[in-house]
Design a protein around this ligand. Structure first.
Ligand SMILES: [Zn+2]
Length: 207
């Protein structure tokens, strides 16, 4: 499994999280399988990897007990989400089998509003189904909302040569998954390449 880089997880000092945590959920999910800042590997290569990812996404996803079956199902969904994001990004027709897989997960754990009182009217969204079904449906729902949103055609790949992370370019000039990581790495790389070139030119002139 690749080393995760970026913001430290609370209560997990030894582990750090992908720089792309915080993109729309479908992109965060797809990015777990893509090269991050020169590091290839799969964040969801193990049950522990999925547990860690779910902790990093705990404000957007239910934290569930992860089994090997959960891992298989999340990875299968990730493949469909990748297919759908790729098609939507280029304005292509969405493949039927990927749409069907997402729709099935949504039917298996539908959501509904629940009214309560918390110093005022409060509405929470609840979901039926097993915790695992709820997790998959939450990911599927985020995918559907993303594909139907204007963000779907704003997906870009990081401009760093060795980084394939995807992000939604809500600012037209955004080029990097993370300006502080890939943007900075690229600038530093160019600086050294320029100076190596200058040194080489200077050396040949002295000959
Ligand atoms: Zn990058």
């Amino acid at each position: 499994m690749r080393a995760l880089v970026g913001v430290p997880l609370p209560n997990m000092p030894a582990r750090i999280v992908s720089p792309l945590i915080g993109e729309p959920l479908p992109l965060d999910l797809v990015n777990t399988a893509r090269s991050a800042a020169g590091e290839a590997g799969d964040v969801l290569a193990s049950v522990g990897g999925l547990e860690e990812w779910l902790l990093a996404e705990a404000d957007r996803l239910p934290v569930v007990t992860v089994t090997a079956r959960t891992l298989d199902r999340v990875r299968a969904l990730r493949g469909h989400v990748q297919t759908l994001v790729d098609a939507a990004r280029f304005g292509d027709r969405l493949p039927a089998d990927a749409m069907q897989a997402v729709n099935e997960l949504l039917r298996a754990a539908p959501s509904f509003p629940q009214l309560s009182w918390d110093d005022g009217v409060r509405v929470d969204t609840a979901r039926i189904g097993s915790p695992e079904a709820q997790l998959l449906a939450a990911l599927a729902e985020a995918t559907v909302e993303f594909l139907a949103s204007p963000l779907a055609v704003l997906v870009r790949e990081c401009a760093a040569a060795d980084c394939t992370l995807l992000f939604a370019a809500t600012h037209a000039r955004r080029r990097w998954c993370s300006a502080s990581i890939c943007g900075n790495r690229t600038r530093v790389g160019r600086y050294y390449a320029r100076h190596r070139l200058n040194d080489a030119v200077g050396f040949s002139r002295q000959d």
